[in-house]
Design a protein. Structure first.
Length: 531
């Protein structure tokens, strides 16, 4: 790798930043040695795709030879209005560490070049505690409130812990032995607080590097506490599609546009040499269009050459590419799969559910309400009055004999491949009349919409027999006899039914399996909805 000049390192360190303080000191250090920087994240809410912004910037730092320390600020999380309870600190640090390391790997950041530190490893030491007391002897209430105004949760009657928060973050710069702290521009007041008060303890003033705050999907700051504003790092493909569909993306608006901001600060900086940003478009609207530079994409959107739906479709592809390795890491490790629920329990959920369903009726969101079964097509023919429909007789192990089910698969699966095929059906839909034929269920398929639509019926495991029930792991309850179409139970649950990155059927990250634990699969499609 070619050795970078001081100016090249400076440009790489500062590119796409909103602001930096201490430029002269930064340039002086770069002329003499490698810079030392720390980035801290309080282990509060679940990390979301907004984390790609600082993590992709950390990739820039490493390319510039910077020594980077990542701080899991567990004690800060507790002090910020107890967003994380004392008992949850260790679990949330484990969750953050596993998720952030998987995220860094997904964007090609070498972990061996990073140092990971937990706040409570040093923040409870005698020396650190003494410095906290020294700070309290010089910091005014006004300055403490002002410093935390953009970061610490504010209230009319603030807790003392929130006033301590800025001082602890300032001291982290000294105790982590760094030249600079990196964070969002929302932390600017804490950074200037540190510059004012650290010298009063005899410590040097540090450099501060600030990332812009990219808008969330709702057009406001991306926040862990605002569900509609962010995509979680473990969201499946169906959830990504759903959230992007609802995202605020006004035609021509390049200011309050989280999708454009994410493209600028994450997707474009990580593109390889010669790679272009692809926006898929129907042929009647000009066909696909590619961009080498973000500025060109922004200009095209501003002029409404790019439609919001096209931009969302492009972002969906790139976001899923980023999330796939993270999903795989968690899906392949049973310990990580259970870590999320332990780190982020939902207190009182069971009691609330019992209150809402006094007759012990299953909750509407429970996939156990779906009666999914393995079936075998014993007879198939084309619908007499609809060219795109098959009429199938499917054996699902019932004493009454095979069920009649109508499926729109003529254009996707040849009739000879349908005969004697093992399939998976949803058996408790209300019977529907489809062009004069009563259909008693639905064949479940992996499906890709768009110009080149592709549909593949799910395949049950090789050892499955007609009538075997399929369950979502962890949801083994009794299915409804018939799903009430007015309550749209199937429609609500189907949003989270996808074929994952391994080609396996899943619901909200949990696999669909038979009694023998056999998995349902698609022949070739991955990261697509199940319909």
């Amino acid at each position: 790798m070619t050795q970078l000049t001081t100016e090249e390192k400076f440009q790489l360190i500062t590119r796409n930043l909103a602001e930096w303080l201490g430029e002269d000191k930064l340039k002086t250090i770069l002329q003499e040695r490698d810079l030392k920087v720390y980035w801290g994240t309080a282990t509060t809410g679940k990390p979301h795709i907004g984390y790609f912004t600082p993590l992709s910037k950390i990739a820039d730092f490493l390319k510039a030879g910077v020594e980077v320390t990542i701080l899991f600020a567990d004690l800060h999380a507790y002090l910020d209005n107890m967003k994380s309870s004392w008992d949850q600190l260790a679990l949330r640090v484990q969750y953050y560490e596993a998720l952030i390391k998987a995220t860094l790997k997904s964007i090609g950041v070498p972990l061996d070049k990073l140092k990971f530190v937990k706040g409570t490893d040093y923040q409870l030491s005698k020396e650190y505690t003494l410095d906290v007391y020294k700070l309290t002897a010089s910091v005014t209430e006004h300055d403490a409130k002002k410093a935390g105004a953009e970061v610490v949760k504010q209230s009319a009657d603030p807790l003392l812990s929130g006033l301590l928060y800025p001082g602890l973050q300032a001291l982290d710069e000294q105790y982590l032995g760094v030249d600079a702290q990196f964070g969002g521009v929302d932390q600017r007041k804490i950074f200037t607080f540190a510059e004012k008060y650290l010298p009063k303890l005899g410590y040097e003033k540090r450099i501060h590097l600030m990332n812009p705050m990219i808008p969330g999907l709702a057009g406001t700051k991306m926040s862990s506490s605002e569900e509609d504003s962010k995509i979680d790092l473990l969201d499946n493909a169906a959830a990504v599609k759903k959230k992007l569909k609802k995202a605020f993306c006004e035609p021509g608006n390049i200011v309050d546009n989280g999708i454009l901001a994410f493209s600028k600060h994450v997707i474009f900086p990580m593109m390889k040499a010669g790679e272009k940003y692809l926006v898929p478009r129907p042929k009647e609207f000009g066909g696909d269009i590619e961009f080498e530079k973000y500025e060109d994409l922004e200009a095209a959107f501003a002029k409404e050459i790019i439609h919001p739906g096209d931009l969302k479709a492009a972002a969906e592809v790139y976001i899923n590419k980023l999330l796939d390795p993270i999903r795989k890491a968690f899906e392949s490790d049973p310990n990580l799969k259970t870590l999320s629920s332990k780190a982020y329990p939902q207190p009182g959920k069971e009691k609330k559910q019992e209150k809402k369903n006094p007759a012990n009726q299953p909750a509407e969101i429970e996939p156990s309400r779906l009666d999914i079964r393995v079936g075998k097509i014993v007879e198939v023919s084309k619908h007499p009055d609809a060219d795109s429909l098959y009429v199938e007789k499917i054996d699902v192990g019932e004493a009454s004999g095979p069920r009649t089910i109508v499926s729109g698969l003529v254009n996707f699966v040849p009739i000879e491949e349908m005969q004697n095929r093992m399939v998976v059906i949803l058996a408790n839909l209300k019977p529907a009349n489809l062009r004069g034929v009563a259909s008693h269920g639905m064949v479940l398929c992996a499906s890709v919409d768009g110009e080149e639509r592709k549909v593949e019926p799910l395949r049950p495991p090789a050892d499955a027999a007609p009538g075997d029930r399929v369950i979502v792991e962890g949801y083994e309850g009794t299915p409804d006899e018939v799903l009430n179409p007015k309550k749209k139970v199937w429609e609500k649950l189907a949003v989270d039914l996808v074929v994952n990155a391994n080609g396996e059927a899943s619901w909200s990250g949990n696999l669909l399996v038979t009694a023998s634990k056999g998995k349902l699969t698609a022949d070739s499609l991955k990261n697509v909805p199940i319909k």
